[in-house]
Design a protein around this ligand. Structure first.
Ligand code: PRP
Length: 208
């Protein structure tokens, strides 16, 4: 049985559809219940819905053999996993954002609010800019509006959240999309099954 960790939410629904189209269906998963684990014995797959930022923890520790996670999480936490494919869904950008007219004078420490503290630290370390990190867990866009920070480092997908809050992208740090990942030991011991999933999933990737 192959254990597969999927990110709960909109991205997870899209990704499950790719697995279904690849021949690994598990129809009960579509019934919107609070159930979190689903298996199809005939296809030898067991799916779990987990918090998107937890997928790589399940995979790294071997509770899941494979999973789907945003590249943002891989950059931020650098889990010991294999990255097998870019699924070309869940596309967005990691950005520095702030008030439209914000200019960094470079004088005092730059106050940066973010969920992605390692990503932000690494980004500003490249240019040697001294920063003060404020770790938040959500609704990051509020921070510069209330003066808690000068800028934010966050994901931007459509740009609507920034626009509705009178903020703008100031710098793009990286492009993000969903990645298929595998546990290192599983990749060795369940290699045939995993390679089959990977090649069938690759057939479902839509290139734009
Ligand atoms: C994410 C991200 C931005 C928003 C970007 O937040 O942190 O706030 O989506 O999307 P947009 O560019 O399409 O508006 P999420 O909805 O995950 O909630 P959060 O505030 O808890 O981070």
């Amino acid at each position: 049985m192959l254990n597969i960790a999927l990110p709960k939410g909109r991205l997870g629904d899209k990704v499950y559809d790719m697995f279904e189209a690849a021949g690994y269906e598990c129809p009960q998963i579509k019934e919107k219940t609070r159930k979190l684990i689903f298996e199809n014995e005939e296809k030898q797959v067991r799916y779990f819905w987990v918090k998107p930022s937890d997928v790589s923890i399940y995979v790294e520790r071997g509770a899941a053999d494979i999973g789907v996670v945003g590249k943002d999480i891989l950059i931020e936490y650098e889990p010991e996993i294999y990255e097998l494919a870019d699924l070309n869904v869940g596309k967005c950008r990691m950005c520095v954002a702030g008030p439209k007219d914000f200019r960094d004078s470079g004088e005092k420490k730059l106050k940066v609010a973010t969920k992605f503290t390692n990503t932000a630290r690494q980004y500003y370390a490249q240019s040697g800019r001294d920063i003060d990190i404020i770790k938040l867990n959500g609704s990051i866009e509020i921070a510069p509006i209330l003066g808690l920070s000068d800028v934010i480092v966050d994901l931007v997908e459509t740009g609507t959240t920034l626009k509705k809050n009178d903020l703008a992208v100031l710098e793009v740090i990286s492009s993000i999309s969903a990645r298929l990942i595998a546990n290192k030991a599983s990749f060795k011991f369940k290699n045939k099954e995993i390679e089959t999933v990977v090649s069938r999933i690759k057939e479902q990737i839509k290139i734009d």
